[in-house]
Design a protein around this ligand. Sequence first.
Ligand code: SAH
Ligand code: SF4
Ligand code: F3S
Length: 436
Amino acid sequence: MRKYFIQTFGCQMNEHDSEIIAGMLCEKGMEEAASPDEAQVIIFNTCSVRENADKRFFGTLGQVKKKKKTEPETIVCVCGCMMQQQHIIDTVKEKYPWVDIIFGTHNIHEFPKLLDSVISVRERQIDVWPEGREIVEGLPSRRLFSCKALVNIMYGCNNFCTYCIVPYTRGRERSRKPENVIGEVKDLVADGVREVMLLGQNVNSYRGDGDTDFAELIYRLDEIEGLDRIRFMTSHPKDLSDRLIKAFGECSSLCKNIHLPVQSGSSRVLEMMNRRYDRDRYMELVDKIRETVPQITISSDIMVGFPGETEEDFLDTLDLIERVRYDSAFTFLYSPRKGTPAAEAEDQIPEEIKHDRFNRMVDLINTISAEKNAAMEGKTEDVLVEGISKQKPDNLAGRTDGFKLVNFRGDASLIGKIVPVRITKGKTFSLEGEII
Ligand code: SAH
Ligand code: SF4
Ligand code: F3S
């Protein structure tokens, strides 16, 4: 067992879990393979948030069958959010006999043990915990980027938005102790990290200990010498505190960017979604944030086709998008998830209406993004250089403080550095620039 390959679906939580799985395998002396063909251990870290994530996973799992036939020694492992659902485990057991290990989101630290068992007894191992137990600290991690790191501050979600599977796959909220978070960030900085992304399904409900809430954690992290940038995701509008807004003005390393998912611009739909804020409250928050930090960039998650959504509700969403003028947004077609209340609703929206609304929404969002990015032309931005550009291999790629992607010419020796870049062109999804 020399090489592993991990395919990750879903959000940053999963991305970070995959970094930990990779870290544990590296500790066993293994190395990453460039493709599944070269790997003896293949891991699929799955996501369940929408139906197409499920489908893509089963499609990919089907392709592994061939490899397992020609190289029966290959160990195939599946984990992540899908595996926290019994009906999925049953399907894998029944239809995909070539899977060797199934584990869940609450016990990734057990993976090396499960792997050893499969190697020694050659028998399928299934170990999924229904709920999270004590938070396991000190797991290794093999970072995707050398200059920036994902740091979990909490696990799980208590919000039960009526469309969402996450509370069922990630369990109840549990926060890490502030000393553990701060200690990890200090170690990362010592290892060359300049930017951390703090992760939680709802970071605003972080409760580290008696008096460390999320804003306090930011203030404490802001004091760490050598840490240039702090970001976080995701923050739920229902409990975004005034103190956190103030932190944007006072903490120099806190990036001037916020991802504040609105989901819908209709108060009626927001209520059916159990989001616990309405359109006015959301707009109030946006105004308050912009009063404190006028240059802040704002992004969102927005969905169309929630059961019962009328054309009027949808127009409210378009109107809110126009008023907020998001820098960017992730857009989704509502996808019914087994076990969630909204999936049982009778007034599901027909596919063609969903798609029509989706296209109209995306057009509006893209128009605004392009306008906002064009307005940056001529400005100079500090850019953290992350690596070689994926779009243009002779370019570098990095992010502005406001999280905009910039491509520009430069030497690879700049990777990991923060450099001033003059923006020469603003496109819909990225910027072009030149180093000054
Ligand atoms: N905790 C984060 C969201 C995590 S899921 C938050 O509350 O903002 C990321 C996004 O996926 C959500 O914001 C939502 O827009 C989308 N999403 C979740 N469930 C969905 C579903 N059933 N259908 C379509 N989109 C969904
Ligand atoms: Fe899902 Fe809502 Fe929790 Fe976000 S806050 S993970 S959308 S239940
Ligand atoms: Fe998907 Fe699980 Fe994240 S369902 S979006 S991987 S928390």
